[in-house]
Design a protein around this ligand. Structure first.
Ligand code: SF4
Length: 348
């Protein structure tokens, strides 16, 4: 009997001719890598890749930018932040706009840089803008723990940290399966996605090289065709079953779950992290008694729909005209990981 030829991952993808499949690549880095590597060009018409809400800058709500500007302009704080956030539009202006009005806004690479700066500048109140998912949150927690140990009174963080698991639940039904972001699972472990499979949410953990992305896509297609519940860790060289115990411990000691607003998705229950009561002195909202701020996004911007896979960036009326990386109207055009920025760079 003739042995059946084993297909490569690329052949499985290219030869797929079953019913239409919608696969969401959750992570902004995946969105960019998939474009950059030309993987979209080999997809048959009946496979649709949807970009999800995995870019931390993109899902940070407008009101958070407004709070940071309030701290800078009304409380004379030095704002230290990842560079991308500086150009994200707030209700009236961005942090770059606040800087033009005299605010001290400084990009940093890590939260520890902000802690070091605060140590060296005791005359300034330094606030670090803590955004991001499980991958970056441990480093913000570490900066807070170091500040507490040193007794620093001029350092705090403004939190918009988010966790992915409840976002997957909130987006259930948006796609047939997820490509889970491997770096998030490096912290949370594969076990969090196994649990989702029991709830009818399917996907594979995906790495970042061409081979890893193609393999993850091929496995997703094969598993969807089988029509059974599934989850697969396709990034085992980095993601273990339990994840990073030290990273989880750092978060657990310093922060606790809270409801969180996601740009365009609204409030997702228990999808955020805030500082625990014992670290209240390092919580900028409490320290400066910030009022509740409701930001207003530009009505032309469809970031919310883009982040849920309800429309493509090119469906937005201002894409590539009123909204460009040089003059972004919404967050998805600002960040290197943003879906609109990826479409602008690779798919105009
Ligand atoms: S193109 Fe610009 S305005 Fe439109 S959804 Fe994207 S970021 Fe928002």
């Amino acid at each position: 009997m003739e042995e059946k030829k084993k297909l490569s991952a690329r052949e499985i993808i290219e030869n797929y001719d079953g019913p239409k499949l919608r696969i969401m690549e959750v992570c902004g880095t995946h969105t960019h890598e998939i474009f950059r590597l030309g993987i979209r060009n080999i997809l048959p018409e009946n496979i649709e890749l949807i970009s999800g809400p995995g870019c931390p800058v993109c899902v940070t709500p407008v009101g958070f930018i407004d709070e940071a500007i309030m701290l800078a302009l009304e409380h004379d704080c030095t704002i230290m932040t990842f560079g991308d956030l500086v150009r994200v539009p707030g209700t009236e202006m961005s942090l770059a706009g606040a800087r033009a009005k005299g605010a001290r806004i400084q990009p940093v690479y890590t939260p520890t840089d902000a802690y070091e700066y605060a140590k060296e500048h005791p005359e300034e109140q330094v606030v670090f803008l803590a955004v991001g998912f499980e991958t970056t949150t441990p480093s913000a927690c570490m900066a807070v723990q170091m500040a507490k140990k040193d007794g620093l009174t001029n350092f705090s963080i403004l939190t918009a940290n988010k966790t992915m698991t409840n976002a997957y639940r909130a987006l259930k039904g948006s796609a047939d399966a997820y490509l889970y972001p491997g770096h998030v699972n490096a912290i949370t472990g594969a076990k969090s996605c196994e649990q989702l499979a029991d709830e009818g949410i399917y996907g594979v953990i995906c790495g970042f090289t061409a081979k890893e992305i193609l393999t993850a896509l091929a496995v997703t297609i094969v598993k969807l065709q089988e029509g059974k519940p599934f989850f697969k860790n396709c990034y085992p060289r980095v993601v273990t079953q339990e994840g990073s115990i030290s990273g989880q411990k750092m978060i657990e000691e310093t922060m606790e779950p809270c409801d969180s607003e996601w740009r365009g998705l609204g409030i997702i229950p228990q999808s955020g992290l805030q500082l625990r009561e014992e670290y209240a002195a390092y919580d900028a909202r409490k320290k400066f008694a910030l009022p509740k701020v409701e930001g207003k996004p530009n009505p032309a911007c469809r970031c919310g729909d883009v982040l849920q896979g309800k429309c493509k960036p090119s469906d937005c009326k201002v894409f590539g005209t009123g909204c460009t990386p040089l003059h972004p109207v919404g967050a998805c055009m600002v960040s290197n990981e943003g879906t609109c920025a990826a479409w602008y760079a690779y798919n105009r």
